[in-house]
Design a protein around this ligand. Structure first.
Ligand SMILES: [Zn+2]
Length: 394
């Protein structure tokens, strides 16, 4: 269903602008008036990462007048495979800085507002209230729920995208016009059920596909062009190269935009849900652990024939390609869950993963089966930090 433009048209275009945006002016649906709306628009992009990068570039190139960028992170070398607003020289810099520079290089007239912070329930409303719509390229559930809730309260569209491996999804959540994010995803899945891209990987170009869809939806909403993805979930499978849309409906009992909403609810309620199941929390509570430095000593003893045990890495095969502790056996946590036997284990088994969430689960499972399993605290990342800085991190 078509909707009226979100943003009123600003002053007439200059001769220079008419030349620069000629290919937009040629589109009857957009035209000079649409271009004036874009110049008048204030768009917030949450996350200058895989989705935010292409979205920012296309929104800048499209002549959006004000672009806000929210990100509290610094550029890491592993980001460069897909986060195309950052370059090699930006590694270590705040992402909002390199993103702002990329936008200015393309569109010096665009005002860039940097928000070098992680949105929280105190500041989110204040930040979002300044914008006509929000593009949400966050890589974590608390931020998605927070942005969804804030957009619903403000009545502005929440252009959302998500990628994992070769799959992508996108939609426009808009309370009052269609479903909000919480209507369709009412509860946050348990952490272990949803591996992140830093564990499962993602094809960089899939981020461009979904980020570009998000930029397209933003331009359509600002200018009132076409039919936005309100009430439809776009599902993309890059391996089969298919694009499908699934109808989605507002939930009358939704706890964000429906009758289930508590007006006094804190904006950050989803964050509280998440922290209860975050990896690392589970490493407490009676589970035996060793530190990575203790493990290094044990491995030296084993190499010298003075100790006998199995070091078991429960990460996915692709993660071992990036970095691994030498001498580890391998059994992904899914196979531990399925009851597979640890290869070569007769005595003690030290269990390691990336940061400690999956190894803690595996230790509990194995101990439940009578195996003398011990958790390696902090995982391969702690090993890289404290024992062998030469191995890559991810
Ligand atoms: Zn809702």
């Amino acid at each position: 269903m078509a909707r009226p433009p979100l943003v009123p048209a600003g002053p007439e275009l200059t001769a220079g602008e008419r030349t620069r945006y000629a290919r937009h002016l040629l589109l009857p649906e957009l035209g000079a008036v649409g271009q004036r709306r874009l110049r008048n628009a204030r768009v917030l992009v949450v996350g200058a990462g895989g989705l935010g990068s292409p979205a920012l570039l296309y929104l800048a190139a499209a002549g959006v007048g004000t672009l806000g960028v929210v990100d509290d992170d610094a550029v890491d070398v592993t980001n460069l495979q897909r986060q195309v607003v950052h370059g090699v020289a930006d590694v270590g810099r705040p992402k909002v800085d390199s993103a702002a520079e990329a936008v200015r290089a393309l569109s010096p007239e665009t005002e860039v507002v940097r928000h070098p912070e992680r949105l929280d329930d105190v500041g989110a409303m204040e930040v979002l209230a300044d914008y006509d719509l929000v593009l949400d390229g966050a890589d974590n559930f608390p931020t998605r729920y927070l942005v969804g809730d804030a957009c619903a309260r403000l009545g502005i569209p929440h252009v959302w995208g998500s990628v994992y491996r070769f799959d992508g999804q996108a939609s426009v959540w808009w309370a009052g016009e269609g479903p909000c994010y919480a209507c369709v995803f009412p509860t946050q899945p348990p952490a272990e059920a949803v591996p992140s891209c830093s564990v499962g990987g993602v094809l960089g170009a899939v981020c461009a596909s979904i980020g570009s869809v998000m930029a397209t939806e933003a331009v359509k909403l600002v200018t009132g062009t076409g039919e936005p993805l309100v009430g439809r979930l776009l599902v993309h499978d890059a391996l089969r190269q298919t694009w499908d849309t699934v109808p989605v409906r507002a939930d009358p009992g939704c706890r964000v935009c429906g009758s289930g909403a508590d007006a006094m609810r804190p904006l950050g309620w989803a964050s509280e849900v998440e922290s209860a199941c975050a990896p690392g929390e589970a490493t407490e509570g009676g589970r035996p652990t060793v530190t990575v430095t203790e493990l290094a000593v044990l491995l030296r003893e084993r190499d010298a024939g003075a100790a006998s045990f199995v070091l078991l890495d429960v990460r996915e095969p692709g993660e071992l390609e990036v970095a691994a502790i030498p001498g580890a056996a391998h059994l992904p946590v899914g196979r531990v869950r399925a009851g597979d036997v640890v290869p070569g284990a007769a005595g003690r088994v030290y269990v390691v993963c990336k940061v400690g969430g999956r190894s803690a689960e595996a230790v509990d499972l194995l101990r439940g089966r009578g195996v003398d399993a011990v958790d390696v605290a902090g995982g391969v990342l702690a090993w890289a930090r404290e024992v062998d800085p030469g191995i890559p991190t991810y």
